[in-house]
Design a protein around this ligand. Structure first.
Ligand SMILES: [Zn+2]
Length: 301
């Protein structure tokens, strides 16, 4: 008999241990899996809430190629996760694959798995070309400037795709400034006649020196100047969600600080690539930009 026809006992045991228990349709019906907003679009954040009839020790999800860490809220007996749909995601139906661990009654654990489908529609983002003139150094940088740009690219590569699985955010995300919106997420811009990528943040019309508030509880991941971003603050809210604050005139926090929602983290300004003082805020989830306005509309516990 060849080895191929006779798998060793060890490999059989491994197969049994790692095959999750897939719920029957009747058992799966006892689970509630909600997504907010009810209509998902590309570029939007999504809040998943899962309730299972069995007590779970852990729950994780897989969504659009990302691992989604869930946190348990003991009061509501609900598992929560913040996730998102990238701007590049095509309209269609996508699966949230859930994997949970429950005690098996013999001191071990039993793996449960469940799949729910959600449809993603095309988001409506304004496609208005904005004619802006910025200083030549931003469109035709010198070798010294190219070096600074490369350093900024490396810092962003090192920090902006980080995932802290634990949830630090609590309650809704709130506006970083009480001011009018001057440019929305997803709009297209033209710099000195050249079309740039879509606007991946939300702009607030504020004069220089306006206090900028943390959108939620979190930890200061970055507080340093970068070439394009100017004085740049990034907060890590856990579950892979970051908020970014650009062009500040002054820092009020340092890297590693814990902040609360509404806490002053800096003063607005026009540093970096900015035509004038304003506040650009952005939201990152696991390496992809999401619409801050849609994040602020979520009703979060
Ligand atoms: Zn902006």
């Amino acid at each position: 008999m060849s080895r191929r026809q006779a798998p060793s006992l060890n490999s059989i045991a491994v197969v049994i241990l790692f095959t999750p228990f897939v719920l029957t349709p009747a058992a799966a019906a006892n689970w509630t899996v909600h997504a907010q907003p009810t209509k998902l679009v590309n570029g939007a954040p999504v809040f998943f809430q899962v309730k299972s009839p069995a007590r779970l020790r852990s729950l994780s999800g897989s969504w659009l190629g990302h691992k989604v860490p869930f946190s348990f809220d003991a009061k509501s007996k609900t598992w929560y996760a913040l996730a998102g749909v990238s701007l590049e995601t095509a309209p269609g139906s996508y699966s949230l694959e859930l994997a949970g661990e429950t005690p098996d009654g013999n001191g071990g654990v039993k793996n449960l798995s469940l799949t729910r489908k959600f449809s993603v529609a095309r988001g409506k983002y304004p496609k208005i070309a904005v004619k802006l003139s910025v200083e030549g150094k931003f469109t035709e940088p010198s070798p010294e400037q190219q070096k600074e740009i490369a350093e900024g690219v490396q810092v962003k590569k090192d920090y902006l795709s980080r995932v802290t699985p634990e949830r630090e955010w609590s309650g809704p995300f709130t506006a970083p400034a009480d001011a009018a919106i001057s440019d929305v997420f997803g709009s297209e811009r033209v710099f000195n006649g050249r079309t740039s990528s879509p606007h991946l943040g939300l702009d607030f019309r504020v004069p220089s020196g306006t206090p900028v508030a943390a959108m939620n509880d979190g930890t200061v991941l970055l507080a340093r100047p970068l070439y394009f971003e100017g004085n740049f603050v990034v907060l890590d809210h856990g579950q892979g969600l970051l908020t970014l604050y650009l062009h500040l005139s002054e820092f009020k926090v340092k890297e590693g600080d814990q902040v609360k929602r509404g806490q002053e983290i800096g003063l607005s300004g026009g540093t970096g690539r900015a035509t004038g003082p304003h506040l650009h805020v952005a939201v990152r989830w696991q390496g992809t930009y999401l619409d801050p306005a849609q994040l602020m509309r979520l009703r979060l516990p």
